[in-house]
Design a protein around this ligand. Sequence first.
Ligand code: GLP
Length: 250
Amino acid sequence: MNINIFENSSLGSQFVANRIGKVLAARNLVSKPTVLGLATGSTPIEVYDELIKKYRNEGLSFKNVVTFNLDEYYPMEPSDVQSYYYFMHQNLFNAIDIQPSNVFIPNGEIHEHKIIKYCEQYDDKIAEVGGIDIQILGIGANGHIGFNEPGSERKSATRFVTLDEQTRKDASYTFNGIENVPESAITMGIDTILKAKEILILAWGKRKAEIIKQCLFGEVTSTKPATFLQAHPNVNVVLDVEAASLLDLD
Ligand code: GLP
């Protein structure tokens, strides 16, 4: 894994947006679609701001971009301000020229009897468009990626999951109390994520320092799902100095 450490999250976010912009511009030139795997949470927000700037100021077009989001709470209506659907439209999609038909976000309203089939189709759709070119990831305090909580298998596909207590606690601030945080979600699987051609995992701040250390250098184990990234051939870890503060890089 390549570890890239920046003075602050803004510089780290610019690095990530520049990488996405470069790949996108090159593929736009030859009229090829670019497939992006996208994350929610506070971590990627500045990256999305930078991408919007590139669209507005540098003419970078997203017309040929297809996106797949990592996860969505379940049950969850897209119009709900807590939904990842809402988050993505507020923080990125509404401000760029992406085609709505190219946006894929797990459906938090799918009927429970249809979830298994729906999840299979989500993975099939990713394969059909040629696989994810660049996957953006944040990391949860317990080492989750997407909503692959501790216990998630290396070979897991997109599926329905039960959220960890820690994850629900972390989300309780935005939901105004843990009792309002859904108990379940739909998430891309570890296997789905690891099929991406390139992965950028981002972390900012001291609160991520310990889990970053464990996930980059600890034993590979399903109790810390982000450790599975160690086996991927093309991962860029993007950290600010605080998130990197416990790494021994000599
Ligand atoms: C949620 C999301 C993850 C994200 C994590 C970290 O659990 N499902 O994809 O990485 O939060 O959130 P934050 O970036 O706010 O620290």
